[in-house]
Design a protein around this ligand. Sequence first.
Ligand code: 13P
Ligand code: SF4
Length: 347
Amino acid sequence: MLQRLENEARLTEEAHRLYGLLKSVSKEDGSPWTYDDCLAAAPYTLSINRFKKEQNAVILAHSYTTPDLVYGVADYRGDSYELALKARETSADIIVFAGVWFMAETAKILNPDKKVLIPAGRAGCTLADAMTGEDMQKLRAQYPGVPALCYINSLAEVKAQCDACVTSGNVFDIAQKIPGKELIFVPDLLMAENLEAELERRGTPKKIISAGGSCCVHDKYRPENVQKLRANYPGIKVVAHPECPIEVCRLCDYVGSTKGMSGYVAQSEATCFGMLTEFGLVNRLEAEHPDKKFIWPFGVCRYMKQNTLANTLEALIDPRPEQVVEVAPALAAAAKKSIDKMFELTQ
Ligand code: 13P
Ligand code: SF4
């Protein structure tokens, strides 16, 4: 009886902790996170946080995963660059990466001797899945001598054939540092257009040669979405990710990585923001700026959302084979060079 009461007290305490963090966060249907949602999450977050400690594991969560993961169990939350950096620096024995496959794969490449787990299993990304190593090999053969950058949203076999990898947070600065008038940038055709325009704007133009595909979330935004936001919310500031089409980015007040967009919102005196990006970032901003208003037309990454509290717990207790990240050593060593180059060029 006493034991049961103690358990109930711990669950109530955890639900209150979660509710304190999530009470200003909305769900996809517009309704808010409730105390009952937090009470339902509490047994998972308590167990995950206990197993994490016992196993000396660290949980890295991308801002596009769900807020119960981001605020309930993650040790670090952030954009692709910040999380790659954390993965590189951690002294934990196990890395649990709540994100998509290329992110966990990058963590494994940086930590060949550690156990790296991804709760969502082989959760893809329409960008990373748009290009194979063979495609990259052909492209490089077609443009001999032209330097090549790849977006971190790419497979290890593509990274292995590039001079450096980049994230949305450092792509413009790194591209500017690469000598020459031509540059290969893969596998995001839309970001390639934004990159060419930004280099032109900075007075360091380059012809960008690209191949690959687009992000199935960000490629759906259109100029009409920006126009509608401005018409319906006078004074609104509209922000977008550089994976959006260039004609959309041109109309926005700020274009940048998930970290960049958060920084823009934090420093802005505006109180209302139009968010042309994935819903998870909207949730982070709602949690961290309850005094500001965020208007989100649409955009959910079904791959990121495959990470849940339940499969995070499963990965920690007894991972399924697809939750354990493995990269062949020779491939990892080749891909690591382009990742290390990114860290070097970001200094
Ligand atoms: P960030 O590096 O900006 O977090 O972007 C990752 C991503 O997958 C965007 O769709
Ligand atoms: Fe890939 Fe787009 Fe999802 Fe980011 S939001 S992981 S780019 S599909």
